[in-house]
Design a binder for this molecule. Sequence first.
Ligand code: ZN
Length: 434
Amino acid sequence: MAAAPAALSPGTVPLGVLLRREVTKERMERPDVLCGEANRSRKGEDFTLLRADAGQRIPGDPSTSFSVFALFDGHNGSGAAIYARENLLNNVLRAIPTCFCREEWLAVLPRALVAAFVKTDKDFQTVAETSGTTVTFVIIDEWVVTVASVGDSRCILESADGSIYFLSADHRFDSNPDEVKRVTACGSKVGKMDIVGGPEVGPLRCWPGGLCLSRSIGDLDVGECIIAVPHVKQVKLSNAGGRIIIASDGVWDDLTCEMALDCSRGFSSDVAAHRIVNEATRPRGIRDDTTCIVIDILPPENIAPSPPKRPGRIALNNMFRRRSQDVPSKTKRSDYAEPDVVEEIFEDGSPMISKRLTTGYTLEKIFAPSSCAVCLVRLKSGQGISVHANPLQHEKLQGWQGPFLCPSCHEKKEAMEGKRRPRGSSTNVFGHMC
Ligand SMILES: [Zn+2]
């Protein structure tokens, strides 16, 4: 009697799949990216951008396509959120030279995101609206995830082993003493709302204006110390994949990361997004716009996300394991064959644009000497101003002095770095409650 075929143990890959991997290695290396979204609206100021096929690194070559997912949580109107949704992606892509290979494209992406956020914010000033928006902007290229964020629309990643990683920054004054110091040094006041005759109440806010965020796109009338320079983090997932959740504060005010993951684990991205929004609004109803995007990054043969290998063993990780050559041997895990390692490639949250524009790939190769590093306008001879130039100190710059800014972007840089008085700070004292 022939023996019954042994059941495959969990995690075992059938031989047919292994062979297919051998002959189609190129395809095997690209994950499937699935996305779901849910929203319950109160003010109608949350907007999303969901582009599973957002473009191609090499135009005309589908194997170089990448995905973009973004959440814009507007305040004091929806103008800034809509404007950023319509323009930010184009501004990012314009800031990346088209001739780059994949490694160069990924290396220059953090700098391109900084330039694009600042350009979008600067361009929005010409629209002369007083609204503002958070932005959490995620680009997925194969297994590499790059997240740029201003504001408090948090983005988290759960890797296949059940570890949670924060991919965005929190620019609320309440949780960011460095930003309080920066904005105060720029000449604005940061404090709680002071009701005459009563105690100070609520979160820390920037006055005048009452905005509780230190970074956003828009909010020109609050002052130019509220800057659009994003926190950028870039990581590489293992080919076991993971789940990303982006949500507005309507979700995070009521749910911890663990609660959001627990109520949605094992469900498809679409169902998961709805379950998270329902869980967040169930106890107290819809008190704010509540939006959630769930993105699953899956090995191609997986048609649905598998539960993490060790659910419940979750520890919040702010610290990433470094690239494999930097991992001390004691952190190696021997209890399963392919440890799920999330590698940090890049992280920078500095507000100084002069620093942010000069980090990254070989500078001379990125920046055409005749173009502004932010708005890309062509510079006439002698018109460009080095990002390192300090009008208060007349020191000689050595070597290559770029990147260069046009006079208008230089003025914007000076304002963001607190070297110019905030404009329009007397308007709309309570207009930006968030
Ligand atoms: Zn410029």
